[in-house]
Design a protein around this ligand. Structure first.
Ligand code: TRP
Length: 361
């Protein structure tokens, strides 16, 4: 069986380090591994509209931001099809058929939907489109017969729901769809990178993000004001690592080589952590290391972004090509789905002949 990747993001803002360690970095590695037959990365504008229907301008403007983030992070249009969800009308049609296979109570139990309903104060009046987005997400994944879906942990319930839809479809209509596997980060820290203020999640509305497109000055400023251990007042005080955001980020980004390069007083992160816990190591030194470590990762991303920013029409052209390739794939699947569901009336000569026979008596 072919190995196929599909994943994507809602274009509601620029991508930040949480997106990067949670999924984007992995996608680039998977792309470069050469192990996959096809890779589709989707800008999920239609899904973004399910809770931003009254702000289409925001979604429109962020498509190019997310595309630039993808390309600058290292997604290569020669190997990966980057496409726009709403351009693939087959996804809407598939969602409509899948709606028959899912109950309202099953959607209500989806933990991600539950949490998001609370977050958006939708409890008393949930837009139907928003409520059913897990079904449309199943359409996104299955239209490409994706075998692997690299995502953050918050998306696991969506993959589970997709697998259920696949099973239900295949057992009802015949084996057409492919059950996907989720691929989440293997490093627990990367599953949920906290914000620079130490809050549980990086989120634009909390203003606690470091963006892939931040300048070196912005990164420096954000790191220098990062949440550490509020009881670590004097350098000589023992410091705590739990909830200390600077160390959490080092866990996500730092490699032993960084010490040789930027902080030769220690062999590795473990040694530095021990010193911090004993006392005698100030926050500024740790923060300076983090700035260097982040810059190692962000400088090449920033440089690629600057190149792509010079040719925005070229970036739209990349999206158009990716969308055309995605369309070809989704059309194939939809034809199979329609045949399996017995709603392909005009391509089925046997159907027409047998109906004729019936009327001839
Ligand atoms: N729900 C994802 C997010 O919020 C975006 C998304 C839409 C997606 N369709 C998908 C992710 C299919 C993986 C597979 O970022």
């Amino acid at each position: 069986m072919s190995k196929i990747i599909l994943t994507g993001d809602r274009p509601t803002g620029r991508l930040h380090l949480g997106h990067y360690v949670g999924s984007l970095r992995r996608r680039v590695e998977l792309q470069n591994s050469g192990e996959f037959d096809k890779i589709f990365i989707m800008i999920a504008d239609a899904q973004a509209l399910t809770d931003n229907f009254d702000n289409p301008g925001k979604i429109r403007d962020n498509i190019i931001e997310v595309a630039l983030d993808y390309l600058s992070a290292g997604l290569d249009p020669e190997k990966t099809n980057i496409f726009i969800q709403s351009e693939i009308n087959e996804l809407t049609e598939l969602s409509f058929y899948y709606m028959n296979l899912v109950t309202v109570s099953r959607l209500q139990r989806n933990p991600t939907v539950k949490a998001e309903i609370q977050l958006r104060n939708f409890e008393t009046s949930i837009p139907v489109g928003f409520f059913t987005y897990p079904i449309s997400q199943a359409a996104d994944i299955t239209a490409f017969k994706a075998t692997v879906v690299p995502v953050g942990v918050d998306q696991l319930p969506m993959i589970e729901q997709t697998r259920e839809i696949v099973n239900k479809f295949n057992s009802t209509y015949g084996e057409v769809l492919v059950e996907p596997e989720a691929l989440i980060p293997d490093n627990a820290v990367c599953c949920r990178l906290p914000g620079t203020d130490g809050k549980a999640k990086m989120s634009k509305s909390l203003g606690n993000c470091i963006y892939l497109s931040d300048t070196p000055e912005e990164v420096k400023k954000k790191v220098m004001s990062m949440y550490t251990d509020p009881t670590h007042l004097k350098i000589t005080d023992p410091g705590k690592l739990e909830g200390n955001t600077v160390f959490t980020y080092l866990d996500a980004f730092c490699k032993d080589e960084h010490f040789e390069k930027y902080c030769p007083d220690y062999k590795n992160l473990q040694e530095m952590k021990e010193h911090y816990q004993r006392g005698g190591l100030g926050d500024v030194k740790v923060k300076k290391l983090l700035i260097n470590v982040l810059e190692d990762e962000l400088a090449p991303i920033r440089a690629r972004r600057a190149e792509y920013e010079k040719d925005i029409p070229g970036v739209y052209e990349i999206l158009k090509k990716g969308t055309e390739a995605a369309h070809v794939e989704a059309t194939k699947t939809l034809n199979e789905v329609r045949a399996a569901m017995r709603i392909n009336y005009f391509e089925d000569a046997e159907l027409i002949a047998s109906q004729q026979k019936k009327f001839n008596g």
